[in-house]
Write a protein that binds this ligand. Structure first.
Ligand SMILES: C[S@@+](CC[C@H](N)C(=O)[O-])C[C@H]1O[C@@H](n2cnc3c(N)ncnc32)[C@H](O)[C@@H]1O
Ligand SMILES: [Zn+2]
Length: 703
């Protein structure tokens, strides 16, 4: 028996996962080479893979392991967390994702490349395009003798009322404050009368502009929620004004953060110099546009995309202003000239990641934190009323989210991790907590390939595929463990969001890679369903495929959580109908970000269940399912109590539902019997005097 069939040492793993979660991109840079949504914690997946491959007792988290010759598959690979972690344990890995952006980024993440080669190529790109790109990001700071670098441009959307009044969509005129404003109250304020920029307290409600002496309340702009008020007090719905105009909204440049001649950051009011520079960028774009690899894809209708389309963002290029298009285009054009395809693709990947911080859906986070709030901070495509324009090349040490800074913080870190794949260990020095890096895996040197035959011949292969995982180009009974994190109904609309990157990638590399030559990044079999039946059907067909490729004693282990009974029944039906028994369900720390926002607010779910499934083999051995359910439920609550972990009702619901489907599957219950068993189980928990958990809302919703 494998270790994970018996137990999961969450008491040991959760604190490690917690530390990782604070700074995921630093602690697991390999999976942060590019944006992906709902990334999982590497330490949790290291543990799952280890437990699924190890015979008998659990190995310590930091123990060096060598599972060479074993094959681990992730049919929903996303950013490649399972692949990297299983490879660190010595296994060969197979990953497949229906989304082309995932396939592209995982290929880069796992490919070894010499750091010097990357540095040399970077210098060459720098030599060719840096100066030109940077020349569009300069400004004249008052009193300066020459132009200096502009770090960020502050823009505001402007709507026009039916009688022609142009209104900037400010809800507040305090446009830059510190992340801890009570400690550092000085903020930047924009004067709506003379449009100058000055310093005032972040919470002031009455201020006089030092420039024009206009008195106003900086907390109160003309935009109020979904409405805007004109100078005569008439209210308009912003959405109506925006959609009536038939084109993407206009923007007004209202402030700039620049470096002065001493290299200090200053806020200034834009001048003619800045408008002229923009004009030049626009002119240059028009003149060379035909040569630049700019996106031509339309924004297709969809759940997330409709929000942007409502603002007339109908093409992906509309997400950028002329200067951004010009500079991004020049940069990508240069990158595509790199002859060595491996190096080129790494830079295309870095470039694509840079897009996230260089478009009009970004905003300003404030002083004292990474300045740019990237566009996907909420898994949505929300048009930003006050966008922040970053400088594409950037000023190392001073800016964030730019090509030059991401080269170091993303690409170089990710590649370094392959040579030194470390874990984080927390130690105490007296009461002081220090986290240390510990290397307990061999350097990652997998042979990345796209064909089974090459994979089969390699000593440690990584077969990276694109396509629907319900049909994999992999022989029967060839996989030792499936370790995955399936989509949870339609929590994240992956392909709608990934189209933002795909629009550039497909233009750049579509001629070379068939998976980047599709019309867009969607696929009819993408698991992305709110509807229970179709979700069950699609995910079930992938579990069936896992059943086919798994060896007889292989395990399917995946993380899951849901806040409804139907969500749990859907997964029960899919797994059991694919021919698996759920032999164990272990709670483990989850990533909050995937919980549906509504339920997360009321009853946060901080736990995932790891469902451990095995091909149906032995006859079920549980005589009294009710009793068995309660025993397991209490067992976990007691273990959490012992480590003084407070569980939310949402967490207990996850424990209860996962234990219920596990017991139901071991008893081989059919859909209906399992569903009534689940309700009964939740009622038993609700009546449980010891814990007095109240699941009545969930029970009611499901009737
Ligand atoms: C929850 S994410 C995986 C996240 C991943 N564990 C990580 O840490 O990045 C689920 C993935 O399933 C993919 N997917 C959805 N339907 C699929 C299908 N039919 N075949 C293969 N992959 C699919 C999505 O594109 C998405 O990348
Ligand atoms: Zn003023």
């Amino acid at each position: 028996m494998k270790a994970i069939e018996l137990d999961f040492p969450f008491e040991e793993i959760d604190p490690i996962a917690e530390i990782e979660s604070y700074r995921k991109e630093i602690n697991r840079p390999i999976y942060h080479i590019h944006k992906w949504w709902a990334k999982r914690l590497g330490s949790v997946f290291r543990s799952i893979a280890s437990g699924a491959l190890t015979e008998g007792e659990w190995k310590g988290f930091y123990e060096h392991q060598n599972h060479s010759g074993k094959v681990v598959l992730d049919p929903f690979m996303g950013s490649g967390t399972t692949l990297g972690e299983a490879a660190k344990l010595g296994a060969s890995v197979i990953g497949c994702d229906v989304n082309p952006v995932s396939t592209f980024l995982v290929t880069q993440a796992l490919t070894n490349i010499n750091l010097n080669t990357l540095e040399t190529e970077y210098k060459s790109i720098e030599r060719d395009v840096k100066d030109e790109i940077r020349s569009y990001y300069t400004t004249m700071v008052p009193g300066a003798s020459k132009p200096t670098p502009a770090l960020y441009y502050f823009w505001v959307k402007v709507v026009t009322t039916p009688d022609g009044e142009e209104i900037p969509l400010f809800s507040s005129y305090v446009f830059s404050k510190n992340a801890y404003p009570s400690k550092k109250p000085d903020s930047q304020i924009w004067c709506p009368s003379c449009e100058s920029v000055f310093v005032g307290k972040y919470n002031a409600t009455e201020l006089e502009c030092p420039c024009c002496l206009h008195s106003f309340n900086p907390q109160s702009g003309q935009a109020k929620g979904a409405k805007v008020i004109n100078s005569h007090g008439t209210e308009y719905k912003i959405k109506d004004l925006v959609s009536d105009s038939n084109k993407a909204p206009e923007h007004k440049l209202y402030a700039i953060m620049a470096l002065n001649e001493n290299g200090d950051k200053v806020y200034i009011k834009p001048t003619q110099y800045d408008y002229d520079l923009l004009g030049e960028a626009k002119k240059r774009l028009v003149s060379i546009e035909g040569e630049l690899p700019l996106p031509t894809m339309e924004v297709r209708p969809g759940y997330n995309t409709n929000q942007a389309r409502g603002y007339n963002y109908n093409e992906w290029r509309d997400f950028f202003n002329s200067r951004q298009l010009l500079c991004l285009g020049l940069l990508l054009q240069r990158i595509l000239k790199i002859e060595d395809k491996v190096i080129r693709d790494h830079f295309v990947c870095l470039f694509s990641g840079t897009l996230e911080f260089n478009n009009l859906f970004c905003s300003f986070k404030g002083e004292g934190t990474g300045a740019v709030r990237h566009m996907f901070s909420n898994h949505i495509l929300k048009p930003e009323r006050t966008p922040l324009e970053n400088s594409v090349w950037g000023t190392p040490g001073k800016s964030s989210g730019t090509f030059s800074t991401l080269f170091k913080s993303r690409l170089i870190k990710a590649k370094t991790y392959l040579d030194e794949p470390f874990e984080i260990k927390v130690e105490y020095n007296g009461t002081k907590r220090i986290s240390k890096k510990i290397v307990c895996s061999d350097p990652l040197k997998v042979n990345v390939t796209q064909s089974w035959d090459d994979f089969n011949e390699a000593s440690q292969g990584a077969l990276i595929l694109n396509g629907d995982s319900s049909s994999l180009p992999v022989p029967d009974a060839s996989v030792d463990a499936v370790v995955t994190d399936p989509p949870y109904f339609d929590f994240v609309h992956y392909s709608e969001l990934s189209d933002f990157f795909y629009a550039w990638l497909s233009n750049a590399l579509g001629a070379e890679y068939s998976y980047l030559s599709r019309k867009d990044s969607s696929h009819e079999n993408e698991v992305q369903d709110r509807d229970n039946e179709s979700f069950t059907k699609k995910i079930g067909s992938i579990f069936s495929e896992c059943h086919r490729v798994l060896k007889e004693d292989g395990l399917l282990c995946f993380s899951y959580h849901h806040s409804t009974i139907d969500g749990w029944m859907a997964i029960f039906n899919a797994v059991t109908e694919a021919g698996f028994d759920i032999v164990a369900a272990h709670p483990v720390k989850a990533e909050m970000s995937v919980a549906s926002p509504k339920s997360a607010a009321k009853e946060p779910i901080n736990l995932d269940a790891i469902l451990v499934c095995k091909k149906e083999q032995i006859a079920p051995g549980i005589s009294n399912p009710d009793q068995e359910f309660l025993r397991r439920y209490d067992f976990y609550l007691t273990r959490f109590e012992a480590i003084q972990r407070k569980l939310s009702a949402g967490d207990k619901f996850v424990i209860a539902c996962s234990q219920a489907i596990s017991v139901a599957s071991t008893k081989r219950m059919d859909r209906e019997t399992a569903s009534s068993f689940m309700r009964k189980a939740l009622e038993m928990c609700s009546n449980n005097a010891l814990h007095s958990d109240n699941f009545s809302a969930a029970l009611q919703n499901s009737r």
